[in-house]
Design a protein around this ligand. Structure first.
Ligand code: SPD
Length: 369
């Protein structure tokens, strides 16, 4: 799979509607790559978004003139939807990049939705933010320089702030409006911006990384939305190459990597690219997040050539960190046991994506009996 770049670009092209209709209809479309079908022009005009009869439903539901459900307009998880009961709509707006919705839910606290997709809820955000930050930072000794790509809500910054070894936290978020809205409605997350080690850059992360000094960062954390639209390039080869260049030898990347139940093809693509791009370790981990599609989310962790990184056994355990009281609340999800457990994978996933185990100097496939 490592050299199968044709397959990799095919998946990403289909997801993002770049493949020609002829090519798409001539073969079976993988379940994680349904953009081509969902964006068929005759269906596009009939979408209704967001809140209907007091319920928010993801993805957006599309009805015919008589009110019958036609389809769900999201290429990432066709054939299913998830609803939350809305108590009150708190904010609705449109930035240069996306639609932003914030509502108070009955059971999950305030909810942030971008382009119709749930990004976080107050109740379960801890699982995602804590894992995406501490999986990489607890895997290397004394991280000092960290870059966050995306992450405009501030939750990942809040988690990085727990690490007293960190001296600099750059964040590159493209959408200033997301930052401003979160400061108003998600103060428990946006508190992350108050850390004096944080330097905010509003702009395109690919450009930012292209100008970053080679070997500048100990860790890069990609906290993006799904790879449809603005975040598409964050799962493509050029982005991973620029990321690897900006990491020091033995530096680590942690990238949001979707659901093992829904996106095995995408995960395969990402692993395939990263095996070629990062010369250290490449691993997949996952956590339970009830309000994300299928209730789980994955993380792809990679290290560059250099001092070996054993992601499975945290060398910088969170329990031993010196407390930085000002920005800290208790951890709700992450601990060292969860860290190691997150790399235990179901058999179907090991088989489908040929997941990897480290050897001291290289990566190799593991066999599954
Ligand atoms: N399917 C939704 C995935 C969202 C990942 N990003 C969430 C941002 C939280 N900081």
């Amino acid at each position: 799979m490592g050299g199968d770049t044709g397959k990799e670009s095919e998946c990403l092209k289909i997801m993002n509607g770049k493949a020609s209709d002829e090519n798409v209809s001539a073969r079976a479309i993988p379940s994680c790559c349904m953009k081509a079908r969902a964006s068929a022009p005759e269906l596009e005009a009939k979408c209704h978004s967001t809140v209907v009869s007091g319920w928010f439903t993801e993805p957006r539901s599309c009805f015919d003139g008589d009110g019958y459900l036609l389809y769900y307009n999201n290429p990432m998880w066709p054939g299913e939807s998830h609803s939350l009961k809305v108590e009150k709509i708190l904010y609705k707006g449109k930035s240069e990049y996306q639609e932003i919705l914030v509502f108070e839910s009955l059971t999950y606290g305030n909810v942030l939705v971008l382009d119709g997709i749930v990004q976080l809820t107050e109740k379960d955000e801890c699982a995602y933010q804590e894992m995406i930050a501490h999986l990489p930072l607890c895997s290397i000794p004394s991280p000092k320089t960290v870059l966050v790509v995306g992450g405009g809500d501030g939750g990942v910054l809040r988690e990085i702030s727990r690490h007293s070894s960190v001296e600099l936290i750059d964040i590159c978020e493209i959408d200033k409006m997301v930052i401003d809205v979160c400061k108003k409605f998600f103060p428990d997350l946006s508190v992350g911006f108050e850390d004096p080690r944080v330097r905010l850059h509003v702009g395109d992360a690919t450009e930012f990384l292209q100008h970053a000094r080679e070997g500048m960062y100990d860790a890069i954390i990609v906290d993006s939305s799904d790879p449809v639209g603005p975040a598409q390039e964050l799962v493509e080869r050029p982005f991973f190459e620029t990321t690897a260049r900006a990491l020091r030898p033995g530096g680590v990347l942690c990238n949001m990597a979707e659901s093992m139940w829904l996106h095995t093809h995408l995960i395969q693509d990402m692993i395939s690219i990263c095996r070629e791009t990062f010369k250290g370790s490449v691993h997949y981990a996952w956590a339970s997040v009830p309000t994300y599609p299928s209730g789980v989310i994955g993380f792809l962790v990679c290290s560059t050539d250099g001092p070996p990184v054993d992601f499975l056994n945290p060398v910088n355990p969170i329990e031993k960190l010196e407390r930085v009281p000002k920005y800290q609340r208790e951890l709700r999800f992450y601990n060292s046991e969860i860290h190691s457990a997150a790399f235990a994978l179901p058999s179907f996933l090991k088989r489908e994506v040929s997941l990897l185990r480290d050897s001291p100097t290289s990566v190799q496939r593991i066999s599954v009996s």
